[in-house]
Design a protein around this ligand. Structure first.
Ligand code: ZN
Length: 378
């Protein structure tokens, strides 16, 4: 993950505990927060000072008196205070979200554009969407901006990356640090937090314009040494295989990405203008689509047998143009994974993603908000 601009300390474990107390309890006194979290009064006080200074927590009333005759403050989260912005430079669309400290979506906007739109016009869309959100200028409650971009950023030369200018612009305009990462990784983080109980490990695989993946362990993204951990899309699962855009050959992406699936269908005489026509084509031409989908399922299953053996996740979450509409592909993958894993290894549950197309933007904001925030989509 690349961070630019002035750094701010990420949410501490103590802050997360205090926020969880507010999430569960609503309006709380300092004594109640200390009791719920088990943290000392001075620790609670330090955390609350930061949160109230930022405008994320506010005094909403007073109890009669404490034991020493002073009124006791009743505190609550300001649910309208913007804490983080998430931006997703998705394929063919720009999406932005704002979240409050509880990870709840306050606003979200999307604008579709032609696939070939250049960096400059796309960046203007980002600024226009953010302007439309009517953000307070340099609000003290805002901790930063997360920017999701396509592809593994460790394979990009940062100095040449097209998003570099956008990051500089955002930092200059809003005065906050901008965290940049592959939007797949951000989406995996949001999916994990939307579904997983504490202490779980999830592997997320996304098959859209490209194929990406990420591992989230116990509420934290597994980045690896260079941010490549969990890059399922570039596992060599086909041999001999086609050359991938990453330079290797036989990558899962060369078979399971949406363009690869559409190209394979064309060789079978089925021409689709967009992935949205896939479900209809499945119904109209089930026999013609079968060999293509079987090959996709086999490649995904092969990748999952390898990755689940290595990562040992509690759950695999699959999203993609072929996964989002129905369970057809998932049902084809499941028995192949079971067969490949064998009887002596645990069979990991496979599930479809639970969030919508804003998952990448939400995850980008959540990573800024707190490495262990929680996704709630509005
Ligand atoms: Zn590749």
């Amino acid at each position: 993950m690349s961070t630019t601009g002035s750094h701010q300390a990420p949410a501490s474990a103590r802050e997360r505990e205090v926020i969880e107390a507010f999430r569960a309890g609503g309006v709380l006194t300092r004594a109640r927060i200390a009791e719920t979290t088990g943290l000392g009064r001075s620790t609670v006080s330090a955390v609350l000072t930061r949160l109230t200074d930022e405008g994320a927590i506010a005094v909403v009333g007073h109890d009669e008196q404490d034991g020493r005759g002073r009124p006791t403050e009743r505190l609550a989260v300001d649910p309208d205070a913007v804490r983080a912005i998430g931006i997703d430079l998705a394929h063919g669309a720009v999406r932005v979200v704002t979240l409050n400290i509880l990870g709840e979506t306050l606003a979200q906007e999307e604008r579709a554009h032609e696939d070939a739109l250049g960096g400059g016009p796309r960046h203007r869309i980002v600024h226009e969407l953010l302007d439309g959100l009517d953000l307070p200028e340099r609000t003290p409650a805002l901790r930063g901006i997360g920017l999701g971009v396509s592809g593994p950023i460790s394979l990009t030369r940062p100095e040449r990356a097209p998003w570099r200018a956008l990051v500089a612009d955002l930092t200059a305009r809003h005065g906050f640090p901008v965290q940049v990462d592959n939007t797949t990784r951000f989406a995996a983080f949001a999916e994990h937090l939307a579904s997983a109980e504490d202490g779980r490990t999830t592997l997320h695989v996304r098959c859209y314009q490209g194929v990406g993946g990420a591992v989230v362990r116990e509420g934290a993204l597994d980045l690896g040494a260079t941010g490549m951990a969990g890059e399922v899309g570039h596992l060599p699962v086909e041999e001999p295989g086609m050359t991938c855009r990453c330079g290797r050959s036989g990558c899962l992406e060369t078979v399971a990405s949406t363009p690869a699936v559409l190209a394979a269908l064309r060789t079978h005489g089925i021409v689709l203008r967009s992935p949205s026509e896939l479900p209809g084509a499945l119904v109209a031409h089930p026999k013609a689509l079968r060999p293509v989908l079987d090959r996709v399922a086999r490649s995904i299953a092969r990748a999952l047998v390898l990755t689940t053996t290595l990562v040992d996740p509690d759950e695999v979450i699959l999203t993609g143009d072929l996964f989002d509409t129905d369970d057809h592909l998932l049902d084809a993958v499941r028995p192949l994974v079971a067969e490949g894993v064998g009887e002596r290894f645990p069979l990991v549950p496979l599930a479809r993603g639970r969030l919508d197309a804003f998952a990448g933007a939400v995850g980008a904001a959540l990573v800024v908000l707190s490495p262990r925030g929680r996704a709630t989509q509005g």
